[in-house]
Design a protein around this ligand. Structure first.
Ligand code: BTX
Length: 326
């Protein structure tokens, strides 16, 4: 309740460039002027710059680039995705927290989001660099009625949503590298990690983790990933609002997910292939069983990668790291 008042307060304050009196606000929010004053104080603490002048009232000067619950939910046009938000300033890993919420019966679309991760994780025990205040580190809980082997389709769905959101916010079209990387100019801007809570024939929850380098400056990437990583700010030239991107992502993803539940994977597959960087190229796939070299032909209806080796033999690849020679 408190938080929905604060959300409405943000809407009121941003609805005008003029001063707006405490009395007017309290009327619109249907609460006391003391309550208004307390909420304003809270917003200031959260980095909003709000001018207050006796007899005139309040005026917003700037809002912070935050991804807190208030910011994410403000004018978010979804039904489920991001309607429940757990925001933290610093966490080990949002995946870890999401797993706990999923076990406790969290609603579909529940979002765990953090300003910083100190143990952000990638696939296969790798680390994901998640410095404070610059990126989006988030996990979303889904509960599709699908068998576990179809879950990789959701990684591809998430990747397509991510591309659409980035296009919407920046006008730049990134590429997808199978299965889970989003690249711009060949460098990684987003990583996606899909984890499951499942029984043999049924998924209980799918937890999709996404790490997005938004405003990271080039100098802030650790040396060992600098040549492979970039941020939206680096390619776009200016800093972006993280919360706007989160909202765009939640909206795109909910739309695709709902269609996926109705119609299945085929239309996602088509979109995914249209954004894919590796298709039609010779690639090296490093799997747990060894390396394969060949032509990336497409993806299957299950979302696995189809590779034709130099002897013309077709391989279905379910999990691998892909190298695309320049
Ligand atoms: P991945 O295993 O495909 O990629 C991890 C590799 O990417 C690392 O070994 C490193 O080389 C490189 N890398 C690490 N950090 C970054 C970065 N910030 N930008 C670009 N490259 C990097 C990809 O795994 C899946 C990552 C998912 C991260 C999200 S963040 C929210 C959620 N919580 C969590 O702990 N993980 C997910």
């Amino acid at each position: 309740l408190e938080e929905s008042i604060r959300n409405r307060l943000i809407t009121i304050l941003f609805g005008t460039t003029q001063f707006i009196s405490g009395e007017e606000i309290s009327k619109q929010l249907n609460c006391s002027r003391t309550a208004v004053w307390k909420h304003i104080k809270e917003l200031k603490k959260n980095g909003y710059q709000i001018e207050s002048v006796p007899k005139k009232g309040y005026r917003v000067i700037s809002r912070p680039d935050r991804i807190s619950e208030d910011e994410v939910k403000h004018q978010l046009h979804t039904k489920r995705f991001g309607q429940v938000v757990h925001y933290h300033e610093s966490v080990t890993s949002t995946q870890e927290i999401a797993h706990r919420f999923a076990l406790d019966g969290a609603l579909e679309g529940t979002l765990i989001i953090a300003d910083e991760q100190v143990k952000g994780r990638g696939r296969l025990g790798r680390a994901w660099h998640s410095p404070k205040g610059t990126g989006i580190w988030m996990s979303i809980i889904l509960r599709p009625a699908i068998p576990p082997q179809q879950a990789p389709q959701l990684t591809l769905l998430a990747a397509v949503s991510m591309v659409k959101a980035i296009i919407r916010v920046t006008n730049i079209q990134p590429e997808i590298k199978w299965p889970n990387d989003i690249l711009i100019n060949g460098k990684k801007i987003v990583g996606i990690l899909t984890e499951l809570q499942a029984e043999a024939d049924r998924v209980n929850s799918v937890i999709i983790g996404m790490g997005i380098n938004v405003n990271t400056a080039e100098v802030n990437f650790p040396a060992d990933i600098l040549d492979r990583a970039t941020s939206l700010r680096v390619v776009h030239g200016e800093a972006l609002s993280r919360s706007a991107l989160v909202k765009a992502l939640l909206e795109e993803m909910e739309k695709l997910y709902d269609t996926y539940l109705d119609e299945g994977f085929p239309f996602i597959k088509v979109m995914w292939e249209s954004y894919a960087a590796s298709l039609g190229k010779m690639i090296t796939a490093r799997t747990l069983k060894g390396e394969l070299y060949g032509l990336a032909k497409g993806i299957t209806a299950e979302g696995s990668l189809i590779l034709e080796d130099e002897d013309g033999q077709i391989h279905n690849i379910y999990s691998a790291d892909i190298d695309i020679p320049k």
